[in-house]
Design a protein around this ligand. Structure first.
Ligand SMILES: *Cc1c(COP(=O)(O)O)cnc(C)c1O
Length: 407
């Protein structure tokens, strides 16, 4: 079995590429023509491979789908225009009114907001402390169909009990969806904990360069879709392993239309070639920075799973072999957060994460602002909390930037 990077870099050439190109070219054609109209009909009916219309699939996007499938060690991947499109479309395509979902209470802000919208559309949602499998177990009801968690939560870096929840989902025959964005398939394979579907925002580590939005859902082959009651009759054809992902492609991608553009797919595929190299560097940088901040007299708290006193340090080390490359920290209350942030020379005040550049954001005033002060308090989001997405810069420059801003 070849290594992670070897497979990613050479995956496009598993199939013949036009003109011997070494990676998949950008195909911008929206539609695909056939000399024999019966072939067009065959592709439509799924009896032969091929392309029809860009909203469902495109050769450049297809190549990226295969790459992500390889990364996640899955069976099939669908690309979307954004990570949120991947999440929203997946949940929409699989659930019906009256169904119940158990979610982590520490979800990415927009995913939390989205789940609340589903709650107003007839799908019941319960948010629980996903660091404890028992909290998930306590929330399961007869109507529960799906459990949705993230690997490392953002910004407080709680690590879900991914293995424990996987066992529970298997026992109760629940669809187990893991958003792997914060760890990326380089640090973690959702398949190993029994996940049914892996979600990735391609915008973050997989793309890595902050130049394209995208998202994916990957079928991991762990769930028996033959026993899932919400699959439409039309999609109950062939191997049951693919029923779920087919329904997501048809009812989700095709009907909702949040397709990834071929240009974005190209940017992301090129970025993905260096995922492992970047992650190693970013995780090393983050560990060094966490140590520096942890010892600093003007820092109240540091949240980073790589630190020995983090509540899920052992779990993170076992599952990811690293603490990841996102951390957050609370400044001393007498420090003016704006003055602190505005003194950076290298670090950029910006949202986004997984970028090559180190990005800092005052959490309570931005990504968690809409939530309100009360909810922030229950979630442990202090006004002085800064999230840092650590990039690939030379770490001494980053530490100098963080240190100088305290002076
Ligand atoms: C950013 C992010 C998303 C959404 O991805 P977009 O590509 O920005 O839509 C989903 N989940 C997590 C954990 C994220 O960090």
């Amino acid at each position: 079995m070849k290594g992670f990077t070897t497979k990613i870099v050479h995956n496009d050439r598993q199939h013949a590429i036009e003109h011997g190109a070494t990676h998949k070219p950008i195909h911008t054609s929206v539609a695909f023509g056939y000399a024999d109209a019966r072939d067009l009909a065959g592709v439509f009916q799924g009896t032969q491979p091929g392309y029809t219309y860009g909203r469902q699939v495109n050769p450049t996007v297809d190549a990226l789908e295969d790459k992500v499938t390889v990364m996640e060690d899955g069976l099939k991947t669908i690309c979307f225009s954004t990570g949120m499109a991947a999440i929203g479309t997946t949940v929409f395509a699989l659930l019906r009114p009256g169904d119940h979902v158990v979610c982590s209470a520490f979800l990415f802000g927009n995913t939390n907001s989205l789940m609340n919208s589903f709650d107003t559309q007839g799908v019941d949602v319960t948010f629980v402390d996903a660091t404890q499998a028992q909290a998930v177990a306590d929330a399961i009801m007869p109507a529960t169909k799906l459990v949705f968690v993230e690997t490392i939560a953002n910004p407080r870096t709680q690590v879900a009990d991914l293995e424990g929840i996987g066992k529970l989902c298997a026992e109760h025959n629940l669809v187990y969806v893991v958003d792997n964005t914060m760890t990326s398939p380089y640090l973690f394979r959702s398949k190993t904990v029994g996940a049914s579907l892996a979600i990735n925002s391609l915008t973050k580590y997989i793309g890595g360069h902050g130049n394209a939005l995208g998202g994916t859902v990957t079928e991991l082959g762990n769930y028996d879709w033959g026993s899932f009651p919400n699959i439409y009759d039309t999609y109950q054809k062939g191997d049951a392993q693919f029923w779920g992902i087919t329904q997501i492609r048809k009812k989700g991608l095709r009907d909702f239309g949040a397709a990834l553009s071929p240009e974005a797919a190209h940017h992301i595929a090129i970025g993905a070639e260096t995922l492992a190299l970047r992650m190693v560097r970013q995780c090393d940088n983050a560990a060094r920075i966490a140590e520096f901040l942890d010892k600093h007299a003007r820092v109240q708290k540091v949240f980073y799973p790589g630190l020995a006193d983090h509540a899920e340090h052992t779990r993170a080390t076992q599952l990811f072999g690293s603490g990841g490359a996102i951390l957050s920290f609370e400044l001393d209350p007498d420090i003016d957060i704006w003055r602190y942030l505005n003194r950076f020379n290298v670090i950029i005040n910006s949202t986004n994460l997984g970028d090559n550049r180190t990005l800092a954001i005052p959490v309570a005033h931005t990504i968690y602002f809409e939530m309100g002060a009360e909810r922030r308090k229950t979630m442990g989001i202090a006004d002085s909390l800064i999230r840092l997405s650590v990039g690939i810069e030379d770490v001494d420059d980053l530490i100098e930037d963080l240190a100088a801003a305290f002076d």
